[in-house]
Ligand binder design. Structure first.
Ligand SMILES: NC(=O)C1=CN([C@@H]2O[C@H](COP(=O)(O)OP(=O)(O)OC[C@H]3O[C@@H](n4cnc5c(N)ncnc54)[C@H](O)[C@@H]3O)[C@@H](O)[C@H]2O)C=CC1
Ligand SMILES: C[N+](C)(C)CC(=O)CC(=O)[O-]
Length: 489
């Protein structure tokens, strides 16, 4: 079992604890705050409700979470140590002293620091090479970016290990070419923050109006394409050069007050805090966190459907989870004498509806994914489809037998009723634990994607399908097979 130590379990440390725990790591926490266990419990609650359904493949079983009274105890046996104590250099350096007195010399110590350079954290340490900056984004359990900042004191081995571990928990290590105060992303956030403070102070816009300017416009755009790709498109057919020719002169116009920081007077703090209360004070922080998480999951899943940006990253992570989830990509290791596991996932937040359960359309989506999996198993994979052969669905019938809810782990097991020639007749059963919640029957026909007409599958596909169909013919006929809706008129 892999073990991570979390030193400092506030907003960010709690998020790291959840990220590791839900990806199957044992997590050992040290935080002197007597409220730390409760606060981490709140963060974990949010994470358990949102992260498992982010992707389309089940996460490994959760690790074990333990709390410890000393740094020494927490770091014992940990291969990853994540420091997330308050943003004070003297405190961080003191904490590294304690950590390094007790941790394994080859453990990686990542710092969540928003702004300190790794050379500042490593200064004065006997083993500086084990300390790197691994700067996350809130909520750490959902957002994949980690700014990995290193110095020449870090060996390639430590850097590779850090990248490997960060990727293994579904995150993206952005390794900076050089260290710099506030890394890359926080320099942007700081620029936007400074500009926003001016706009409020000068009475140009309220906190709510500024948030609307972001969330109704460029914020959604940035979430999928970032800055440069967005501006490339904004240049029209002539692209980036035309964009710069048009907007380059603005650099000399008074379009920003960036280098000039408004004084943080009590008056400005009260103005901003008051406007923020007017804007969002009707919701608790936990309610706001849940709204944020629902939106993030929905947005990232939409990006996943387009295999783009953060969604593409999640899709790639799903591929690494398949084997442990019991899902196959070929006939090897598939027990054809039993219905075949074709889905192992969690019901995501965006699959539920006003009735508080999984929406009817999503059952069909799950069955569509189960069919896709069976197609991959028999060899009808992306390469085969790119060469012009595939299956089209001709008819489906779904029965809703029991409820499934957000966060439920669901499995689909598939029986091949008929397979041979152009036809593929499948019977899907969906389970939550041992509970059968739905069945889906579907008839598919093999097609030639060029002519859009039915055609015979390639011999290897038919051989595999027939092998499964023949083995499944020995199973009892499923209850409900061939049923229609109500009596015919
Ligand atoms: N809040 C944010 O949006 C982000 C913060 N960060 C960085 O993460 C770090 C932590 O920030 P937050 O979690 O926001 O702060 P926080 O105030 O929520 O949590 C800090 C935690 O450290 C604990 N702590 C204090 N002294 C400690 C010690 N000697 N040993 C162990 N734990 C100790 C506190 O009890 C508290 O629970 C900072 O370096 C910050 O810059 C990074 C990304 C985003
Ligand atoms: C405001 N902040 C500097 C603490 C922000 C971060 O470090 C990253 C984030 O999650 O916004």
């Amino acid at each position: 079992m892999k073990t991570a130590a979390i030193i400092g379990g506030g907003v960010i440390g709690g998020g790291w604890a959840a990220r590791f725990l839900l990806n199957g790591w044992d997590v050992r926490v040290f935080d002197p705050d007597p409220e730390a266990e409760r606060k981490i419990g709140e963060v974990l609650g949010n994470a358990r409700r949102s992260l498992p359904g982010l992707g389309n493949v089940a996460l490994p079983p959760e690790g074990t979470l333990t709390f410890h009274g000393t740094v020494a105890e927490a770091v014992t046996g940990a291969e990853w140590i994540q420091e997330s104590v308050p943003e004070r250099l003297d405190m961080k350096q003191r904490v590294y002293g304690e950590i390094q007195a007790h941790c394994a010399p080859d453990a990686v110590i990542g710092s969540s620091t928003s702004g300190f350079k790794p050379s500042e954290l490593q200064a004065g340490r006997d083993n500086p090479g084990q300390i790197v900056v691994t700067h996350p984004f809130n909520p750490v359990y959902l957002l994949p970016l980690i700014e990995l900042v290193t110095t020449p004191a870090n060996t390639q081995g430590v850097i590779d290990r850090a990248k490997e571990i960060i990727s293994s928990v579904g995150m993206y290590p952005l390794h900076l070419k050089k260290e710099i105060d506030a890394h890359v992303a926080d320099r942007f956030l700081e620029a936007v923050w400074r500009e926003a403070l001016w706009l409020v102070k000068d009475g140009i816009a309220t906190t709510e109006e500024i948030d609307n300017a972001i969330r109704y416009g460029f914020g959604i755009r940035w979430a999928q394409m970032g800055l440069f790709e967005t501006y490339r498109v904004a240049g029209g057919e002539a692209g980036m050069k035309h964009f710069m020719a048009q907007f380059g002169p603005a650099l000399k116009w008074p379009w920003t007050k960036l280098m000039d920081v408004p004084e943080f007077t009590d008056e400005l703090v009260d103005l901003i805090a008051g406007q923020s209360d007017d804007q969002s004070g009707h919701m608790s922080i936990r309610e706001l966190e849940r709204a944020r998480d629902d939106n993030l999951v929905g947005m990232m899943r939409a990006l996943g459907a387009n295999d783009f940006g953060a969604g593409a990253l999640q899709n790639a992570h799903d591929l690494t989870l398949e084997t442990e989830a019991g899902l196959s990509r070929g006939m090897d290791g598939v027990d054809v004498t039993q219905p075949i596991l074709t889905q192992s996932r969690v019901v995501p937040l965006d699959w539920t509806d006003y009735n508080g359960h999984m929406n009817e359309a999503r059952y069909l989506e799950a069955y569509s994914q189960a069919t896709d999996r069976l197609m991959i198993i028999i060899g009808c994979d992306a390469d085969y489809i790119a060469n012009g052969g595939s299956y089209f669905t001709a008819e489906s019938h779904v029965r809703y037998l029991d409820e499934a809810h957000a966060g439920d782990a669901i499995e689909v097991k598939t029986t091949v009723i008929q397979g041979g020639g152009k036809k593929m007749h499948l019977w899907h059963e969906m389970f939550v634990g041992d509970r059968l919640v739905s069945t889906g029957e579907t008839m598919l026909l093999h097609v030639d994607l060029k002519t859009r007409k039915t055609s015979a599958p390639a011999p290897h596909i038919e051989t595999n399908l027939v092998k499964i169909a023949e083995a499944h013919a020995a199973l009892d006929a499923p209850e409900g097979l061939g049923r229609g809706v109500g009596a015919p008129r």
